[in-house]
Unconditional design. Sequence first.
Length: 402
Amino acid sequence: MMHKKYYYLLSFLMVMLCFSSCNKTNWTENYKEKEKSPFGNYIIFNEAENVFENQHIEILKEHFYDYTLFHYNEDSIAKKSYILIKDLALKQNKEGNKALLEFVKNGNTAFIALNYFRKDFKDALEFTTNSLDKMAYNRANLKKLSGKFSLKNKAFKDTVFNFERNIRTAYFLEYNTNKTIVLGTTEIGGENLPNFIKIYHGKGAFYLHLNPVVFTNYYLLNDKENYVENLFSYLPNQTILWDKHIKNSTYGSKPKEPSIFKFFLKHKTLTWFLVVSFIGLLLFMLFNARRKQRAIPIINELKNTTVAFTQTISNLYLNEGDHKNLVDKKIAFFLAKIRSKYLLNTNNLNADFMMKLALKSGNDLQKTKYLIHTIIALNKKTECSEEELIVLHKMIEKFLNK
């Protein structure tokens, strides 16, 4: 792993990054290995040899599925650790997922840090995820998101790692406890929820992390390299297979059918036929349109404007920016619904109340606790954002529709 002697190298890289980014800073989360902007992966990629000392690092120059077809022998004794750090695996098709699952099943390891995992991948490993910041897309909203991470290992269980921006409140919601170990957590609403887990698969294991932003240049230049070192310390001492995830599969997808227009354009005679046909069609539409009678307008019946009136009233609150008022009304409506439907006293929202509510409503206890903790937290606030209002509305609707 990385030693203190490399601290000076990191400092030098930081100075170089400052000089190379004299223009306006690009704050987009791109996770590119060649990108020196704050949220690129330039440093972690170029420091990989120091992070993984005495381990050979192999850079994938093709899609993972294509790599397994021609360069990987599943009977090989030498095992490898696959690493992927991106926003989401856009180029990972079904064949690629199957190849990766088979790769780990044969005794290899995979370390994957993504904001979003593919559904077929989650189904195969029996886990689900949740995020309270699904509406946070722009730079201003992401900048407000901070987090506190902890690791379960005895060596660093007393250490809390604070991250001040672009930390989505994402966590693993459900997983198979028979083959899954929680290695790290994130603090959300006073609870420590898993954001870093190990899933055993066949003879190997997957290490999954829900906050790839911690590996970017920004945090490695802000004294957070210890957290990254601790995460990578779980990987066995073997060859590293680093996936830059820049190519689509050549063999793992169906070949595209040739375009009929390309066939026409290959032959001069057919090309002229195509041009004349288009010109003729255009002239026909032009002259034919002039002879058409103007359409008689349809007079629609008067509509019931009750819903529109209700929307207008709600828009008044939104236009005034009084999201806290709407949040309070939404919470009051929800608690009133709980009292009338389940005959529960809502004066004290304690653990006993959450247990009874979960049992009577048929909702999962963990989801019930998270909703009530969210309500308590929003009640204490003097102001609420539009994103918090939207998230609360969706959580209540999903809970009541169970």
